[in-house]
Design a protein around this ligand. Structure first.
Ligand code: SAM
Length: 251
């Protein structure tokens, strides 16, 4: 109930709608945030978020969980290469939705290049502007590159004790700000959409809305690549067909 005060305030005074997020994510992240700032009630938090821009930006930053890494779930990337076989002669259009600090779209760029696919462009979007800034810089800590298979390390150059994505990979990716629950989807139909480890933070209603929108954003025959713990119940309802764990094809 208390969370409703917060949701209501942010819609009214910040035009920011949190109602598509799951209540458990919101409760957890809000409690964590209040703990950091010593805020003792949701009403106090709501008042402060309306008045204080810096606090509001930090709230959004803490709410959007940016955990990511290169080659997250390595077996899934091997499977992707197999499923992309029919696209070998094409120039692929691809979108990483909820790309966080960029590890996912850059991994895709490396995988495509290494396996002889060509991509027209890889669009990468996220709601978090701070994460997008890091993504554009393309410089990473050891913990983010720890799963990179050795043959792919040639796509990084060492900068002190960090790892910079090489220019030929960086220029394959275009980063853009987008709120999946509010903003329009790209006009262009995609051959491949990566939407991984984002939907878990949303409620059931948003799940249904997004599966439908992502399906429509794909070309017939296009692939939707989701996170390891994410399952689309009744994919037929969205003109999708399960191919293997984590992969759906638009029919
Ligand atoms: C856990 S990360 C997943 C990153 C990457 N897809 C992966 O699997 O490694 C979730 C990302 O979703 C983004 N996100 C959360 N809500 C969003 C929204 N409404 N629109 C777009 N991105 C959102 C967060 O900012 C965060 O970067």
């Amino acid at each position: 109930m208390e969370l409703d005060i917060l949701i209501d305030y942010l819609i009214r005074y910040r035009e920011f709608d949190l109602s598509g997020y799951s209540k458990s994510t919101l409760t957890r992240r809000t409690a964590y945030f209040m703990g950091i700032y010593g805020i003792t009630s949701v009403q106090e938090l709501a008042d402060k978020l309306v008045r204080d821009n810096t606090l509001f930006q930090d709230f959004l930053d803490k709410l959007t969980i940016n955990v990511t890494e290169f080659f997250r779930d390595p077996c899934a990337w091997t499977e992707l290469v197999k499923l992309l076989a029919p696209f070998r002669s094409k120039s692929l259009s691809a979108w990483s939705a909820g790309c966080s600090v960029g590890c996912e779209p850059y991994t895709l760029a490396m995988v495509l290049k290494e396996n002889g696919f060509s991509a027209r462009r890889i669009l990468a979007t996220d709601i978090d502007k701070v994460a997008l800034q890091r993504a554009r810089e393309g410089i990473y800590e050891l913990k983010e590159v720890k799963r990179v298979p050795p043959p792919y390390m040639k796509y990084f150059s060492k900068v002190g004790d960090r790892y910079a994505v090489v220019e030929s990979i960086k220029k394959m990716v275009t980063f853009r700000h987008q709120n999946l629950l509010k903003d329009d989807f790209p006009q262009e139909e995609m051959d491949l959409i990566l939407f991984r480890n984002v939907v878990i933070y949303f409620n059931q209603e948003s799940h249904e809305l997004l599966w439908g929108k992502f399906s429509k954003a794909l070309k017939p025959g296009g692939l939707l690549f989701v996170g390891g713990s994410e399952v689309i119940f009744d994919p037929k309802k969205y003109d999708l067909k399960l191919l293997s764990h984590g992969f759906y094809r638009r029919v």
